[in-house]
Design a protein around this ligand. Structure first.
Ligand SMILES: C[S@@+](CC[C@H](N)C(=O)[O-])C[C@H]1O[C@@H](n2cnc3c(N)ncnc32)[C@H](O)[C@@H]1O
Length: 284
C-alpha cells in the first residue's frame, strides 16, 4: 500500500505539470479531504497507508483541480473562521477579507442583543459566523439564489444554529420584512469589464455573486439607499467593498440619515469595508 507522502508526491507532480500554483498545498488538502482528515494530519503522518480505492478518488479530484475547479468546489467544504462550511458550484466561496468584516461587526456589537439582516448570504458564512459568536441574536439570511439559500440553511443546521436564523429568498433589502439593528452585506461589487480578466477559478463562481454592473456599484448603491428603510434608530450598515471603491462610495453616505460613516482598512492596508449608522431619532 502507498503511504500518504508518496500519494502527495504524485499529486504535486501532477498539479505542477498542469501549471497550478501551490501544488503541494493543494495536493495535501485534496488527500486530507479524501481521507476525512485535516491537512496537518497528513503532514504529521507521512507513513499513513492509503488504500487503492482512496487513491483512485484522489486522482479524480486532482484532475478536477488541475482543470481550475476551485479547491473548495472540489472538496465541497470551506473553512471560514474555523467553521467548516459546505459549498458547491453555484454558491460563492467565502474569502478571507470577509472574515475580517465579521471581526469588525463583532467588535461593534459587543454584548448587545441584536436583530441582523445578512443581505446576499451565499453559503451563509457571515450569518453562521455571527450566530455562532453571538449569545443573543436573530439573523435573517437573504439571497436571491435558491441554491445559495439551501446551502446556507444546511450550514446553519450543521452547526446547530438554525434557531437563531431565518432564511428568505428576496432580491432587495426593502422587500425583507421587519427592521434590524444591523444590516451586513458582502454584495457583488466587481465591474463587468473587470470580470472578463479574472482568473478562470473566480469565473467558475456564480456570475450573479460577483457582478456589480458597469461601475461595480449597482448593488452597493441600492443597499445604501434601501438600508435606512429597514434599520432601527441608530442602526448600522456594514458592507464589504472593492479596494478602489471608497471615493465613489463616500458621496452615497453624505447627509441624512447617515452619520458616523467610517471606511475601514483590511490587514493589507486597503479600504475594504464601510460602516454607516443612521440617526438615533427617526425624525432627526
Ligand atoms: C459576493 S457574494 C457573497 C456571499 C457571502 N455573503 C460571502 O460573503 O461569501 C454575493 C451574494 O449576493 C447574492 N445576490 C446577488 N444579487 C442579489 C440580489 N439582488 N438579492 C439578494 N441576493 C443577491 C448572490 O447570490 C451571492 O450569494
Amino acid at each position: 500500500m502507498k503511504t500518504a507522502v508518496e500519494v502527495v508526491k504524485e499529486g504535486i507532480e501532477y498539479l505542477a505539470g498542469s501549471g497550478l500554483s501551490e501544488p503541494e498545498l493543494n495536493s495535501q488538502w485534496l488527500l486530507a479531504s479524501v481521507l476525512g482528515l485535516k491537512r496537518l494530519e497528513i503532514i504529521a503522518g507521512p507513513d499513513l497507508p492509503v488504500e487503492k480505492s482512496r487513491i483512485s478518488v484522489y486522482r479524480k479530484l486532482l484532475k478536477q483541480r488541475a482543470g481550475n475547479v476551485p479547491l473548495s468546489y472540489v472538496t465541497g467544504f470551506h473553512d471560514f473562521m474555523g467553521i467548516e462550511l459546505e459549498v458547491c458550484p453555484g454558491v460563492f466561496i467565502p474569502r478571507p477579507e470577509t472574515e475580517e468584516l465579521v471581526e469588525k461587526i463583532l467588535q461593534f456589537i459587543g454584548k448587545k442583543s441584536v436583530r441582523i439582516l445578512d443581505f446576499g448570504t451565499g453559503s451563509g458564512c457571515i450569518a453562521v459566523a455571527l450566530a455562532s459568536a453571538l449569545f443573543s441574536c436573530k439573523i435573517t439570511a437573504v439571497d436571491s439564489s435558491a441554491k445559495a439559500l439551501a446551502v446556507a440553511k444546511k450550514n446553519a443546521l450543521k452547526h446547530n444554529l438554525s434557531k437563531k436564523m431565518i432564511f428568505l429568498k428576496a432580491g432587495s433589502v426593502k422587500d425583507v420584512p421587519g427592521t434590524f439593528h444591523l444590516i451586513v452585506s458582502n454584495p457583488p461589487y466587481i465591474p463587468v469589464c473587470v470580470i472578463k480578466g479574472l482568473d478562470a477559478e473566480v469565473r467558475a463562481e456564480p456570475r450573479k455573486a460577483i457582478d456589480g454592473g458597469k461601475d461595480g456599484l449597482k448593488w452597493i448603491k441600492r443597499i445604501v439607499m434601501e438600508a435606512p428603510l429597514k434599520l432601527r434608530p441608530a442602526g448600522a450598515l456594514f458592507m464589504e467593498i472593492g479596494a478602489d471603491q471608497k471615493q465613489k462610495i463616500e458621496p452615497l453616505f453624505s447627509g441624512k440619515p447617515w452619520r458616523k460613516v467610517e471606511f475601514i482598512k483590511d490587514y493589507n492596508n486597503r479600504y475594504r469595508f464601510v460602516k454607516g449608522q443612521v440617526t438615533a431619532v427617526v425624525s432627526e
